[in-house]
Design a protein around this ligand. Sequence first.
Ligand SMILES: Nc1ncnc2c1ncn2[C@@H]1O[C@H](COP(=O)(O)OP(=O)(O)O)[C@@H](O)[C@H]1O
Ligand SMILES: [Mg+2]
Length: 424
Amino acid sequence: MLARIASLRSSSPSHGTAKLCRSCLCRHLSTKTHYDETVVYKYASQKIKPVSIGQLLKYRRLPLSAENILDSVSYSQAELPVRLAKRVISFHRLPFIVGTNPHISQVYNRYYEAFDRLHAFAPINDLHSEWEFSRTLEHQTQLLIDVIPEIAQGFLECKQYMPREERTAFINDLIRSRIGLRVIGEQHVALSFQFRDEQKAAEQRPDQHAAKSSSTDDVWVGTIHTKLMPARMMEQCAQLVQNMCEMHYGTAPGYYVDGDINETVSYVPSHFEYITCELLKNAFRATVDFSNKSGRSSHPPIQITITKGEGYVGVRIRDQGGGISKQNMRNVFEYSWSSVQETDSADDNGSTGQSMAGMSLQTNLALQQGLGGPIAGLGFGLPMARLYAEYFGGSLDIVSMEGYGCDVFLRLRSIEGSVEDKQI
Ligand SMILES: Nc1ncnc2c1ncn2[C@@H]1O[C@H](COP(=O)(O)OP(=O)(O)O)[C@@H](O)[C@H]1O
Ligand SMILES: [Mg+2]
């Protein structure tokens, strides 16, 4: 019954196989052992089969059956190794010196491992194997979620070795594919748990099981929360970022949430959280920085306003952090561009580079780990937040009043209903 194919495990990096790679580009990426590329190339040559959000949501009606779960896993099992293999190969095309960067190399190893673990499962036809696969998928997805600060740090260190357009294209492809991988993977994992929960509930209270479709659990469809309250999420994120800010700078502005605070939207909470935490980190940091520069006696609070439109939710984050100069505005959506950087006054984007609170960049990075990475300094916050917002048809815009502050406008489309045709 166990699904793993032992013979294929020999290609696992953790098993230290001595098979040689076909290209030196692959060798520089696999720092510890050599991977067998043949299998990766075989998978990478297959076409991606996009899935629509509507298809992923088709199991929204409870209860789930064993057929539903096996149907869902068969898509994940066929599709995810192909997508992972394509990512692995994309790393091989990086300039040699970029591939040797330890952060980039570590991310490559994560992708390779995820591919290696998932492709090694035999075709799944039973619930036991499905459970094994889902646990592996859950673990590997989690490992891939954590790579963003590594990618950001790697490209920060290597940006002079790659033209800006190529770097942007590589990172955009990586992040977009990562969102797709995550949505597909997490959606299946969530359904797998949901199925087991329903089974347990049915065994304990068979009479109530049929009536479950009206229970509060119904707000979740896999990883999508159909009644997400933006005001509550913003409160939680602002609290978290305020703590980060307090820890890092020893002081932090207050905040308040107003507008349509009782509205709900259907969205992936982890995406919502990621985007808004990045925007809040910027607002908190700018406010403290500008207070220091201007010598004002207290920090003006950050205003977070929620609006609800037809099929979307809007969030405006208004700070009095001094705004962004016209010159810097051209760069803020570039990867690896940050006004925190201190080492590169001659970088390719013309950043003047300043050190926050007199600390070195490394100290900043070490001190500031939080959701999605440090409070500032990697230059990934805005470009990634915009990519995430646009992924499901939303938008992210900044209006700056230089010398005063910024208004950041985030618009997210409600996934259920309005984005169901979106192919991922
Ligand atoms: N609300 C804001 N107020 C002032 N400057 C901002 C604001 N948001 C972003 N910026 C500028 O944009 C730059 C890039 O932001 P981001 O991509 O989040 O990277 P990081 O925060 O790591 O520097 C910041 O370094 C900062 O100079
Ligand atoms: Mg930032």
